[in-house]
Design a protein. Structure first.
Length: 102
């Protein structure tokens, strides 16, 4: 796991060409029904610690390999523990991995 700042803004087009390798839904998936299987391989999910505000970027493939395919993305936050401060509970931003930004 590595940490990154979330404020850099969108990186237009960088990841668009290498997400087609696996069969996935091309449509945008609303967050309230999104499951692990809906996360796009090649994209990442932002996870922000509720205590210290650190942001981690986790690759979607990383989550797909470790979590049940039918687990709801919106339920993931409380399960994350940030190693450096030990706080359990995070905000999960999976919009990019769900295709919300094209
Ligand atoms: Zn923290």
């Amino acid at each position: 796991m590595f940490f990154d700042r979330a404020e850099r803004g969108p990186q237009y087009g960088v990841n668009k060409t290498r997400t087609q390798a696996m069969p996935e839904s091309p449509r945008m998936v609303p967050l309230y029904i999104a499951r692990i299987v809906d996360l796009r391989v090649g994209q990442s999910v932002s996870i922000r610690c509720r205590a210290c505000g650190h942001v981690a970027e986790l690759a979607a493939i990383h989550l797909r390999e470790r979590l049940p395919r039918d687990a709801f993305v919106k339920h993931l936050g409380p399960q994350f523990r940030y190693q450096l401060c030990g706080h359990k509970g995070a905000e999960v931003d999976a919009r990019r991995a769900l295709g919300h930004y094209g």
